[in-house]
Design a protein around this ligand. Structure first.
Ligand code: EPU
Length: 317
């Protein structure tokens, strides 16, 4: 039995006992992080502790984790790139899982690419550009993983990664694997039902379009330049907070409601793009969420439009 420090004693709301922590450590290839602040792993840099944060490198390891979590009835939460998510200050009970290792593999077969669910979109976009393949323009500059992008159908306001999906390979919580045809998956604006088919996106096959490296690089550069000019890319944020309402832009409405620069503690409506909330350093999730609600109310009162969240808000208060 390891001796508990005072810090560990205080974190008594963890679902993991010391015994479970030891077992979990033994069954994984790399050491789990216990009571790990999720703020370190989200792009907006807020969020309380996860009982355990584990990085999984191989399928056999993931299957062992599934048996363990089933046996101890521990909830599993899959964290992608940590963008598009706000974790409350009380953190996440159970095990937060990140896919790495074999789940980040990318391979090309002509214009068809097979990418692991944990592969970084930046890397995928770059590799496709080198191969002279276009079609990933909608996710240029999106700081996430392939799995996360498919779940939220990432993209611009009008073009999405879902448009490119030929199939998705998923693993269910019961350990069953399934390759789902892209046509069977419903993709909408910042929406997909892909997780109805399984818990983990192990890989996806995407169909790209033959072009030339020069041409693809040029359009990627142009899109990155647009983002650099119009979005607060140098500050911690969760990306766009709200979905665009039909035929409107959430950012424009928030801007017209004169909310740019408005603050709750260390959380601020970006002066660059009003649909972004930035962390000025040391913001809490509570401050970010309070600001989101103030913005939503102000836009509703001014324009009669109730903005819908694009970000996922999870975890304990
Ligand atoms: N606008 C303002 N004030 C602002 C921000 C925008 O007036 O503070 C106006 C712009 O002038 C422009 C219009 O709103 O006329 C649209 O702005 P922008 O081109 O920035 O596009 P968007 O609709 O705000 C969408 C996606 C972004 C994506 C960009 C790519 C949504 C909610 N947002 O933004 O996605 O990067 O297109 O151009 O669909 C995300 O999903 O996290 C995200 C950032």
């Amino acid at each position: 039995m390891t001796q508990m420090s005072e810090g560990e004693n205080r974190k008594s709301n963890s679902l993991l006992t010391e015994e479970m922590k030891m077992q979990l450590t033994k069954l994984l290839l790399t050491k789990p992080l216990f009571d790990e602040p999720i703020a370190f792993h989200t792009t907006i840099k807020v969020g309380g502790p996860a009982d355990a944060l584990v990085t999984i490198h191989r399928l056999d390891e993931l299957l062992r984790l599934l048996s363990f979590s089933r046996e101890h009835r521990l909830p599993l939460f899959v964290l992608g790139g940590g963008s598009n998510i706000i974790v409350r200050d009380g953190g996440i009970r159970g095990i937060v899982v990140r896919l790495n290792g074999e789940f980040t593999k990318v391979s090309f077969n002509g214009a068809v690419v097979r990418a692991g669910g944990g592969a970084s979109l930046y890397r995928l976009v770059n590799m496709a550009a080198d191969m002279g393949l276009s079609g990933l323009e909608p996710v240029v500059g999106v700081p996430g993983t392939v799995g996360g992008a498919i779940v939220s159908n990432a993209g611009t306001a009008v073009e999405f990664i879902g448009d490119r999906v030929l199939s998705v390979h998923l693993l269910g919580e019961d350990g069953t694997q399934i390759e789902v045809d892209g046509k069977a998956i419903l993709f909408g604006y910042r929406y997909s039902n892909v997780l109805d088919f399984g818990k983990f996106i192990l890989a996806a096959t995407l169909e790209l379009k033959p072009s030339s490296p020069g041409r693809v690089r040029k359009s990627v550069e142009k899109l990155l330049e647009h983002r650099r000019r119009t979005q607060p890319i140098n500050m911690p944020s969760a990306g766009c907070i709200f979905k665009n309402p039909p035929n409107e832009h959430a950012g424009k409405l928030i801007d017209m409601a004169k909310l740019k620069g408005f603050r709750c503690g260390r959380a601020q409506v970006s002066e660059v793009h009003a649909n972004f909330i930035i962390n000025l350093g040391g913001a809490t999730a509570r401050e970010v969420i309070e600001l989101i609600e103030i913005v939503r109310k102000a836009v509703y009162e001014r324009f009669g439009v109730m903005l819908e969240y694009e970000v996922q808000i999870i975890g304990e208060e």
